[in-house]
Ligand binder design. Sequence first.
Ligand SMILES: Nc1ncnc2c1ncn2[C@@H]1O[C@H](COP(=O)(O)OP(=O)(O)OP(=O)(O)O)[C@@H](O)[C@H]1O
Ligand SMILES: [Mg+2]
Length: 298
Amino acid sequence: MNTVLEDSVAGPGLPAGRGQIELKALSMSFGQGAARVDAVQSVELVVAPGEFVSIIGPSGCGKSTLLNVVAGFMPPSEGQVLLDGLPIKGPGPERGVVFQQYSLFPWMSVRKNVEFGLKMQGVPATKRQTTARTLLGLAGLLAFENHYPDQLSGGMKQRVGIVRALATSPQVMLMDEPFGALDSQTRVVMQQILTNMWQRFRLSVLFITHDIEEAIFLSDRVYVMTARPGRIKAEVAIPLPRPRTAEMMSSVEFTQILHKLRNLIREESLAAMGHELDAGGLEGFATEVGPTGVQHLV
Ligand SMILES: Nc1ncnc2c1ncn2[C@@H]1O[C@H](COP(=O)(O)OP(=O)(O)OP(=O)(O)O)[C@@H](O)[C@H]1O
Ligand SMILES: [Mg+2]
């Protein structure tokens, strides 16, 4: 690995000791009075240094809210968010963030996008360039360093997003459905790239996904949230060995965890939708449509 990069990011073999996230009795609500929405309630969650932790839960249960609080984009309504024992007071370079929507600057080349955070930190141009080129090389994107985001595929844009988040040497990566917009083949490749980067840089990762198999494949532990207001419903360890392989996904152990998580999620998704649909809406799915189609329902 390049020596410049070794100064700035933990390389292989370096001990992981930092990057612990702790949420203590964290609650988050929006609005006031009748318009008040309790998004998450009394959440207790830990990500140990170097650990890969996923959160799954029904739509609207507060996953993005949690991540935004850890990113420092908004203060918690109640409770504490700690990074290595200290309260988080705002965004910081030790936390890299990757969203589902590609958030690259369209007017900057790929390399300039990756260099952006380093520039903000006052890193000299030569070192910025070397760091960006080394990371782009690891992600297989060096040939595209002078391209603009519009000229890249979705998977490539998201790889640039990950590389950009890694450039400032974060101890923690916060990822909100980063592969949600990608097709399944690209997704598998991205999962592999992410796992490689995570192992290489000894990061702590807090990862949000709707995809239960993705959560199992990537994680050391998975938290399952309840329907809104989101609480922690279950915490499931994933004791599969590393490195994870595609074959493991058809193993008995994988399948058992999948069933367990699916059942937990199903209960909560029904609860979440039940708030929005009337009873007839849910019963309707079991109604036989018959030769007259859906007309008899209306
Ligand atoms: N800035 C905000 N102002 C008001 N309400 C908000 C705000 N952000 C989130 N909410 C509400 O908080 C709840 C949780 O939203 P959040 O986006 O965290 O859910 P989510 O679990 O990420 O959902 P999804 O899986 O669909 O992405 C929702 O009811 C949402 O409407
Ligand atoms: Mg979300």
